[in-house]
Design a protein around this ligand. Structure first.
Ligand SMILES: Cc1cc2nc3c(=O)[nH]c(=O)nc-3n(C[C@H](O)[C@H](O)[C@H](O)COP(=O)(O)O)c2cc1C
Length: 175
């Protein structure tokens, strides 16, 4: 039994979450995300504990959430199919440093700069980061969706064991 058919039926739009900490930038493709409060506004994102992005975002105070459009498959491949453990993805994409030092992907005009308001680890393989939006830029767009990402193999595959690489940072514990 798995959630696969339900997830495919929902066919959620995909985002790229980026963060930086002490000069190290990171970002990954994310399918697990949703608005989770209206007043105050909150947005929740779930990151795999395997990901380089998890280790950076867990210690960063702020993150950026970029909503991919239908022509952004190349960004999905870069951020979902490769890992910051072995390369700097930001060498291959136009980006600028945004508020609070978060890396902003220049092409993605629908995006949110947010403060990480809380961090929930229930012992599963993903952690939930509840984010307080600080700046929202939005326009109507046609999302790049889960089914558009067919063929992109995650840089950190499901079931992979946590491994230590040269790009690992000390395991600062999140607040
Ligand atoms: C369609 C798709 C959806 C994904 N959804 C998530 C997700 O919700 N959360 C997550 O942490 N990783 C998700 N991933 C996996 C990461 O994007 C992927 O392993 C990435 O290479 C990790 O990069 P990093 O190690 O630089 O953080 C998804 C990958 C794909 C292809």
């Amino acid at each position: 039994m798995g959630f696969g058919p339900i997830a495919e039926s929902l066919n959620a739009g995909l985002i790229v979450l980026t963060a930086a900490y002490r000069g190290e930038r990171s970002g990954c493709l994310v399918g697990f995300h949703t608005q989770c409060s209206i007043d105050p506004p909150r947005y929740a994102v779930w990151l795999s504990k395997l990901n380089h992005t998890y280790r950076v975002a867990a210690v960063a105070d702020h993150v950026a959430i970029h909503f991919l459009g239908r022509h952004d498959r190349d960004l999905a491949e870069l951020f979902g199919g490769t890992t910051g453990d072995t390369r700097d993805k930001f060498e291959d994409v136009d980006w600028v440093e945004g508020p609070h030092g978060v890396p902003l992907l220049s092409r993605c005009q629908t995006r949110v700069v947010a403060r990480r308001a809380s961090y929930i680890d229930d012992g599963s393989d993903h952690v939930c980061m509840v984010c307080e939006p600080l700046e929202i830029e939005s326009q109507l767009f046609e999302p790049f969706r889960l089914l558009d990402a067919v063929g992109i193999e995650p840089g950190h595959p499901e079931g992979e064991q946590r491994r230590v690489s040269g790009r690992d940072r000390p395991d600062d514990r999140p607040q």
